[in-house]
Design a protein around this ligand. Structure first.
Ligand SMILES: [Fe+2]
Length: 317
């Protein structure tokens, strides 16, 4: 049992100070999928985002293809990246590395889908009573699928479901059926974005933490080649799955708050996606904590030097 991966402690799902460490150590250092170019059709019209308390706006700046810029609340331009087949990613702070350093192996995979051919249809957002990691835990495994998603499981049997992790590249690929690897593209981008291409459409969602570790805002964007009934059927199906996950997360968070469960083991085959991203959160939070402790210690030493100037004062006296 010692060799099995373990979960993060339940306290990490309900602690406000811990979330602030995640914010500085994880979120400010990451890249975020904002959407395909079709999300930004109208020149000058801004699309607003808020990620870990940072507000940003993305807008098309001219008719030229791919002329999309992202700005922070104070109007300064944030670093963004347009992939070869039309996806826009952005940073929210200078603390993030370059796109190539964050996602070194991602672009060839994204190049397999032409995202410029997926028209934007609609967005919705709402809050749920759960930690952001409660939702990502669920996305990163499909052990819950047969029980929670009976309609989804007919199309994507949990017995064949697999997750391929790319730890050096900050993403996971979900393979619903290894026999049909090209049937759809399901990706998780560390820490909180997903992209789900299938059935002629695409959904992309962001799991947005708030200052309350027990409240998370879910934001969904939907794209589809079809209109009218064709889109509506797709939309009803994906909303059904999303609401089933939402209810599961609220129930899981209630249990995390009861204080009975502390930590557990992860299935070494079926929960590698959970182990991968939780390990990354753990490392980055520890690293951030250590950095801040060291900085605080240096600060105290500097302060005491200033407060005891007697050794250098005598000459002036
Ligand atoms: Fe689910």
């Amino acid at each position: 049992m010692d060799s099995l991966p373990r979960t993060l402690p339940s306290s990490w799902y309900r602690s406000a100070p811990l979330y602030q460490l995640e914010r500085r150590g994880v979120f400010l250092k990451a890249w975020y999928l904002l959407g395909p170019v079709t999300r930004f059709e109208i020149v000058g019209e801004g699309v607003d985002y808020e990620i870990a308390g940072v507000k940003l706006v993305a807008r098309r700046t001219s008719d030229e293809e791919g002329a999309i810029a992202v700005f922070g609340e104070d109007g300064t331009e944030l670093r963004s990246h347009l992939t070869s087949t039309g996806l826009i990613f952005s940073t929210i702070s200078d603390a993030a590395p370059t796109f190539e350093e964050f996602f070194p192996e991602l672009e060839p995979l994204l190049a397999t889908v032409d995202f410029t051919k997926l028209p934007y249809r609609k967005s919705i957002k709402y809050e749920g009573k759960f930690n952001w990691k409660t939702m990502v835990d669920g996305y990163q495994e499909c052990l819950h699928c047969q029980y929670t998603h009976p309609s989804f499981s007919v199309y994507y049997p949990p017995t064949t479901y697999a997750v391929e992790n790319h730890p050096k590249s900050n993403f996971s690929r979900h393979i619903a059926d290894p026999e049909k690897r090209d049937d759809g593209l399901f990706l998780y981008f560390f820490p909180n974005c997903t992209l789900n291409v299938y059935g002629g459409g695409m959904s992309s969602f962001r799991v947005c933490p708030t200052d309350d570790p027990n409240v998370t805002r879910m934001e969904f964007d939907y794209y589809h080649q079809g209109v009218g009934d064709v889109f509506e059927r797709y939309y009803q199906f994906v909303r059904q799955v999303a609401m089933e996950d939402f209810e599961l997360c609220e129930k899981a968070q209630e249990n995390l708050l009861r204080g009975v469960y502390e930590t557990g083991i992860l299935n070494p085959v079926k929960e590698t996606g959970v182990a991968f991203y939780q390990q990354r959160v753990l490392e980055q939070v520890f690293e951030q904590h250590e950095k801040e402790e060291t900085a605080a210690a240096v600060h105290i030493r500097t302060d005491s030097a200033v407060e005891t100037p007697t050794t250098i004062e005598p000459t002036a006296a």
